[in-house]
Design a protein around this ligand. Structure first.
Ligand SMILES: [Zn+2]
Length: 167
């Protein structure tokens, strides 16, 4: 099922990225870095919401070789929450739309779910809920974890092998 092609676009339509096949993971993260990174981008001029109402950030995480920016890549600007942070958040500078983040050492890209259209995979887990400040009840459509669960790392490891094997 690697032929599913999903597009994410910035608010003004100049930047478009695509993910091929099923993502490694469809998840919502509440970690302090994702919240800080989301707020940082939301504070840019004319930026739209990055975080969900309860402080979570929903991502579709793709292998590096299955995600790319196909239009307007020259408009992407990388933001970091601190100088030495390992993660860069790429923003379409035309309209200050958060597009995806890249954790330096990793083999994956986490694309902001809210920028995608069409039929999206269900949320599979919510991670780092220890940082969740909202008092709203957590949705029970997927398991929640206070940290990053072994299941998440296992998915990443398997996807790394698949990528090495060219599958
Ligand atoms: Zn734009």
């Amino acid at each position: 099922m690697n032929d599913i092609l999903r597009s994410s676009t910035c608010a003004c339509g100049q930047v478009r990225c695509t993910g091929i096949g099923q993502p490694i993971l469809s998840a919502v993260c509440y970690c302090d870095d994702c919240q800080a990174g989301g707020h940082q981008i939301e504070s840019l001029p004319n930026a739209g919401a990055v975080l969900e109402d309860d402080g979570g950030t929903a991502y579709l995480t793709y292998r590096d070789d299955r995600f790319s920016c196909v239009e307007g890549a020259h408009l992407l600007v990388a933001y970091k929450i601190r100088e030495r942070a390992p993660t860069q958040r790429f923003v379409a500078s035309c309209c200050n739309t958060a597009m995806y983040l890249k954790f330096g050492p990793g083999h994956w890209v986490s694309a902001y779910r809210r920028r995608f259209e069409g039929d999206l995979p269900a949320i599979e887990m919510r991670t780092q809920t220890q940082f969740r400040a909202s008092r709203a009840k957590l949705p029970d459509d997927a398991p929640s974890y206070r940290r990053f669960p072994p299941r998440l790392f296992w998915r990443l490891v398997l996807s790394r092998f698949a990528m090495m094997l060219g599958r």
